[in-house]
Write a protein that binds this ligand. Structure first.
Ligand code: G
Ligand code: G
Ligand code: MN
Ligand code: NA
Length: 255
């Protein structure tokens, strides 16, 4: 209960921050986007998202947290544009919890955030998990169609770890599959993981979806994924999540 109370205070006092992890186009080596990841530091100690995101979801605090994250991500994109003197050609991805889709009006929140910060919705990516679809398929479909209509892109996060049937991949406006890092990290020398990654890549190709492999920790992994037809990679081989300033410098250096 203390975590919930202090998380509520941290959100209200605007003491959460975002870290930004680059997503790299495997063929060109260029940054295509950044994933915004919430960070919480309390009295000098980092509380990991694996601790506070579940608390936020159980308490409903994920609704204000998620609103803050989208707003802060859009604000940061605009900040980078000002530093660069023109629109920085990267997209910004924000995680959206199933609870937000169920309880909040995510399309309106998106419309308001892009208007407030004067950034094109096309530059935003909302990362949803399969649990969104399992929870309430009709509501999820409506929300996703509105998000797409506003202009943002939809990525399916942690792909392969959920339980839903695959028919929705064809029906719903999904643009990108993010292959969960549990299949990617340690995939070299593991036939089962390679088989799963291959299957996801061929499914994505057949359906015209782009793919991002998470957990790319080595050059060899990046090369293997590229050879298998994966389009993008994200992971410690390229960069850990960075502060807004360092993320901008990373982009400026690598493009
Ligand atoms: O990068 P890191 O290990 O810190 O993030 C762990 C997980 O926490 C991420 O994979 C993501 O699913 C979740 N997470 C981080 N920030 C947010 C956020 O703003 N909203 C939601 N819903 N989840 C987040
Ligand atoms: O949204 P999602 O849960 O996929 O967020 C990615 C999480 O994985 C973040 O917590 C991030 O810090 C972490 N992460 C990012 N790159 C790597 C990596 O290369 N290896 C491992 N083990 N974790 C990573
Ligand atoms: Mn994610
Ligand atoms: Na993920």
């Amino acid at each position: 209960f203390t975590t919930e109370t202090s998380l509520r205070r941290a959100i209200e006092a605007n003491r959460l921050t975002l870290a930004f992890q680059p997503v790299i186009e495997l063929n060109s080596g260029k940054v295509t986007s950044f994933e915004a990841l919430a960070r919480w530091r309390e009295e000098g100690v980092d509380i990991p998202p694996s601790t506070f995101i579940p608390v936020a979801e159980e308490s409903g605090l994920i609704v204000p947290l998620g609103r803050w994250a989208l707003d802060e991500a859009a604000r940061t994109l605009k900040l980078w544009d000002r530093v660069a003197g023109s629109d920085v050609p990267v997209r910004m991805a924000v995680n959206v919890s199933a609870i937000q889709i169920a309880r909040d009006d995510v399309p309106t929140m998106l419309r308001e955030a892009v208007a407030r910060h004067d950034v094109a919705a096309e530059r935003l990516v909302l990362e949803l998990t399969e649990s969104v679809i399992v929870a309430d398929p009709d509501r999820a479909a409506k929300a996703m169609e509105s998000i797409r209509q506003i202009g943002a892109t939809i990525a399916l996060d942690d792909f392969g770890t959920g339980y839903s049937n695959l028919a929705y991949l064809q029906r719903l406006p999904i643009d990108v599959l993010k292959i969960d890092q549990s299949f990617v990290t340690g995939m070299l020398g593991n036939r089962d993981k390679v088989a799963i990654v291959r299957a996801v890549l061929s499914l994505a190709e057949a359906l015209g979806l782009r793919t991002t492999a998470e957990g790319v920790e080595t050059l060899e992994l990046a090369q293997t994924l590229a050879a298998l037809g994966c389009t993008r990679g994200q992971g410690y081989f390229y960069s850990a999540p960075l502060s807004a300033e360092d993320a901008y410098a990373f982009w400026a250096r690598s493009n």
